[in-house]
Design a protein around this ligand. Structure first.
Ligand code: UDP
Ligand code: MG
Length: 326
């Protein structure tokens, strides 16, 4: 094994995690050392506005041999941070982990064992989930929607403690899409996926970086990124509405023929109003949905760099103090 290619890369996105980083370092490095394999820990500072960047730099200086840090110039989101980690990692296997210690680093061995068994993608299911109650409900609903309208099979789409083979990671790095959902994208590139059960803890420190708005955006990324069913649903619904409208007019015409008088004018007018409101609502809804896709096409065709890296902290392979091979 060459000195420049560790067997394992651990990719950790960090956004305003100053309170939780030290506890993370204190548990992550012993857990990785205990695996008895060569590794690198890659932290991506996703434009943190607190002391996270400074803490990461200190940690890099403490463990230059196995630590690499990438600093974004601004906040691009957890999934873009992971993509950057994927583009820069050198390991044959890559594990992603949250920085808030909700995913116990001690569970990494379990994922690697599943990879030893021949799987190229190891997802995870949280045994008990320690998040706000409304997130449990929302997740369950989104899981169900995703299960139906995409081909992606995941018991627990939210858990980021996952292991990917080098091939999957390279495929993701080569994907030029702007808005994405890493576990789902990885799943589409995998050929022998599996899931293992892992523990889940409450956030060690700080608060969730996902507001309701960001969660909704993330789920739009997941659904529109992997399915065109919402578009198809709309056209199906549109057709139903048109057929319904035509039927309604027939009924009104028949009604008019049978019962003439004041009732006729009144009923026709009233029905038309309801119909107009209904159709207007549908058109607006459809417009919004189409806009969702068009917006993505717009982002994609601009082909802007997906993020800009300010600096990369790493030691060139030749200058590193490698531990003796075992
Ligand atoms: N994160 C990030 N950029 C963001 C939001 C989150 O890099 O814009 C990181 C965050 O630091 C953490 C992980 O992504 O390591 C998961 O975030 P969080 O714990 O807030 O999400 P939750 O567990 O509430 O789903
Ligand atoms: Mg978390």
């Amino acid at each position: 094994m060459s000195a420049s290619a560790p067997r394992l890369s651990v990719v950790i996105p960090v956004y305003n995690e100053e309170a939780g980083l030290q506890p993370l370092f204190d548990r992550l490095y012993p857990a990785l050392d205990a695996l008895g394999t060569s590794y690198e820990a890659i932290f991506i500072d996703d434009g943190s506005r607190d002391r996270s960047a400074a803490l990461l730099k200190d940690q890099y200086l403490k463990r230059t041999d196995v630590t690499r840090v990438i600093f974004f110039n601004a906040n691009y989101g957890q999934h873009m941070a992971i993509v950057a980690g994927f583009e820069h990692c050198r390991g044959e296997r890559v594990v992603t982990l949250d920085a808030d210690l909700q995913n116990p680093p001690e569970e990494i061995g379990k994922l690697l064992a599943a990879m030893d068994a021949g799987h190229d993608y190891v997802g995870s299911v949280r045994r008990t989930r320690e998040d706000a109650w409304w997130r449990h409900i929302a997740s369950r609903a989104m899981n169900r929607v995703r299960e139906r309208i995409t081909r992606i099979k995941m018991t627990d789409q939210g858990c980021m403690l996952r292991a990917y083979s080098g091939d999957i990671v390279r495929a993701i790095a080569a994907s030029r899409e702007v808005s994405t959902y890493i576990p789902a994208l990885a799943y589409t590139y995998s050929h022998n996926p599996t899931e293992v059960e892992v523990a889940h803890a409450e956030r060690a420190a700080g608060e969730s970086k996902y507001s309701l708005y960001k969660l909704v955006r993330l789920n739009f990324d997941l659904i529109t990124g992997f399915s065109v069913v919402p578009l198809q649903l709309f056209s199906m619904f549109g057709m139903l509405v048109s057929v319904g409208a035509i039927a309604t007019y027939f009924i009104v015409i028949v009604d008019r023929l049978v019962q003439t008088g004041w009732r006729e004018g009144f009923a026709t007018l009233w029905d038309r109003d309801i119909l107009a409101f209904f159709l207007l609502g549908m058109v607006l809804f459809g417009l919004g949905l189409v806009g969702e896709y068009v917006g993505r096409i717009y982002q994609q065709v601009r082909e802007r760099p997906r993020y800009t890296i300010q600096a990369v902290l790493e030691t060139p392979a030749g200058e590193r103090n490698e531990p003796p091979a075992h």
